[in-house]
Design a protein around this ligand. Structure first.
Ligand code: MN
Length: 430
């Protein structure tokens, strides 16, 4: 199957910087507020945002079966629910409209004024209404590191880990777009050596370097999704910072898993890069270390080579890159995660979000959390401004970036940026 929107030889009449994450082969989807305060669904080529609602009203999508208001919405959920055939047709058409060889919109000044925006004229919103959010735990390196620290280095992986894509149900109410600051959470923790818990600001606030995939309506109650069909129901991916409070987590997570340590905020990048756009970057995943049950056995390449990095920017200082990892390190891939999630008949809907779990590589410079990078804070890292970090400090900004690159084509996700503010002060607000 050829996805024509991915044609590596196509160029756009819109300007695209050489190292842009958003060439005409990307065509991601997002939601933004325009300079006129109108909310719309859009895409991006280079540093130009494109109002798809306006394009549709001007007739540029004629011939594709779309409802009139499909792009005039504050979320992508309905568009995603239209299914893969529609996503493909729309991406193909956008590629044609902005192709260097097509002068229809290029030469229509009036239309361009309505449709095109500079990035500083728009405000990105959360791209989907996330109905349900699930977070997996699918990096073997991460699970091994955490198991070594929290339990026993000899038996770091739980007996189920090599058989099940382990996950838990998260909370969608605290999923936020890039750029929204968060407050340091408060909660219970058990200080080392203490017999009773204390209450206060978390001292161990951490990021988790993750990616998340967004699904379409996939199945009815009771109906499992076969592993080799799972990708049909994956719309696309975002960068995902699953904020965590390690001291709260350590005290609360037994026996039911993470709770308040994980649900105070999770930040996502605003442009959803479609699975179609990532097609050229497929790679084989890690070989199973133990035989997997048949509903988890897949054919073909289902991992993706996505280079990831994390930077921390202290207040009024330059950023320091603290980790470089890759999505391809994941032991369990998205298809296995979705097959497992639905094997009991659990329905998955349009706009659901599935986090990968922290993505760590083999070496400390590729670990996906401060917990691992500084080994519980035992090995602080040095920042460019001379300061040291064990975990995230007040006013630090955490930035995740990701992109794929092959044969001269680069498809990226931009970034997700979040500043950590001090504990919420209700008095100050009044
Ligand atoms: Mn997580």
């Amino acid at each position: 199957m050829t996805i024509t929107a991915n044609d590596p030889d196509r160029t756009s009449w819109l300007h695209v910087d050489k190292n842009s994450d958003f060439p005409i082969q990307n065509i991601p989807f997002g939601v933004f507020l325009t300079r006129d305060d109108i909310i719309t669904i859009g895409t991006r080529i280079g540093d130009t945002a494109i109002d798809l609602g306006a394009l549709h009203q001007l007739g540029y999508f004629d011939g594709i079966p779309l409802t009139d208001d499909i792009f005039l919405q504050d979320t992508l959920n309905d568009f995603i629910a239209d299914g893969r055939k529609t996503w493909r047709a729309v991406r193909k058409r956008i590629a044609e409209i902005f192709d260097s060889k097509n002068e229809a919109l290029k030469n229509n000044k009036k239309h361009k004024e309505i449709v095109l925006f500079r990035l500083d004229e728009i405000e990105m919103q959360l791209p989907v209404h996330v109905g349900d959010y699930t977070d997996f735990y699918s990096s073997k390196e991460h699970a091994t590191n955490v198991g070594s620290m929290f339990r026993d280095p000899e038996n770091a992986l739980m007996p189920n880990w090599l058989h099940i894509p382990v996950g838990y149900h998260g909370r969608s109410s605290s999923i936020i777009p890039s750029g929204i600051p968060i407050h340091r959470p408060q909660g219970q923790s058990l200080p080392n050596g203490a017999k009773k818990p204390v209450f206060g600001p978390s001292k161990l606030v951490d990021f988790e370097l993750e990616m998340a995939f967004i699904t379409t309506d996939a199945n009815d109650l009771g109906e499992p999704i076969p592993v080799d069909e799972a990708e049909e129901y994956i719309f696309g991916l975002v960068l995902f910072n699953d904020w965590s409070a390690r001291d709260i987590q350590k005290w609360e997570y037994v026996p039911l898993g993470p709770f308040l340590a994980k649900n105070f905020a999770s930040s996502m990048s605003p442009w959803i890069v479609t699975l179609d756009a990532l097609e050229p970057f497929r790679v084989a995943g890690p070989k199973p270390l133990k035989p997997q049950l048949s509903y988890l056995k897949y054919t073909g390449k289902k991992s993706f080579d996505i280079q990831l990095e994390v930077a921390i920017r202290p207040k009024e200082a330059k950023e320091t890159v603290v980790s470089r990892s890759n999505f391809k390190y994941m032991y369990w891939n998205m298809s296995q995660q979705l097959a497992h999630h639905t094997v009991n008949g659990c329905p998955v809907n349009s706009g659901d979000m599935m986090g990968s779990g922290t993505i760590s590589g083999l070496t400390p410079d590729s670990y996906g959390s401060m917990l691992e990078i500084t080994w519980k804070g035992e090995k602080p890292i040095k920042m460019k401004d001379g300061s040291k970090r064990k975990f995230i400090e007040d006013y630090d900004t955490v930035i995740l970036r990701g992109h794929c690159e092959k044969d001269g084509t680069r498809i990226g996700f931009g970034q997700v940026t979040t500043q950590l503010l001090p504990v919420f002060n209700s008095k100050k607000k009044k």
